[in-house]
Design a protein around this ligand. Sequence first.
Ligand SMILES: [Mg+2]
Length: 211
Amino acid sequence: MAIEVVSFDMEGTLVPTDFSSLVWETDIPRLYGEKNGLGFEEAKRRVIAEYDSIGQGAPEWYDVDYWFRRLDLDGDWRRLLEERRDACNPFPEVHGVLKRLGERYRLIVSSNTIREFLEIQLRCFPDTFENVFSAPSDYGGVKDPHFFRKVSEAMMVEPERMAHVGDSLRFDFEAAGELGKSVLLDREGESNGPHVLKDLEEFESALSLLG
Ligand SMILES: [Mg+2]
């Protein structure tokens, strides 16, 4: 069946994780340290331990508002995102690939990132995506087959006509692959196999084979 909708993960796929990492691993620990009179390294160790106690399978993991409340931090967390907005730049091949694919397919984003992060990241891609789906913000969950079914319904397309690409084995390749086509992006070259590609130009070539 010919592909009609092409779905992209955001972090690690279209943009590096720098922007998110700075907020999660620098800004939040710094605020926590200031609040509790701890040095940065100790504050970071404690905050990361708190993150790990929730785990990436829970939507709260991705929710800055939840963490501000849980860690009892002051101020407006949206300000942190604005202050870090310059840290968000796409991988080098991304703009060219999106421009070409946009002429042939309907393009969307399917992400585990909360909408407030996505809105800043999407400023790098004006008028590119027909729709943007955040699993935690829109559906209160993480990317799984149920989420991708909801996405296909919202796009009014059969799941078999969607191809998704992302850098997580679980949340991208496996979750999307149960319903439609999926490809694992491995920019570091750590995995092998016919479903593993190293950048989005390889994905663009592979799409023509998918139909
Ligand atoms: Mg990712």
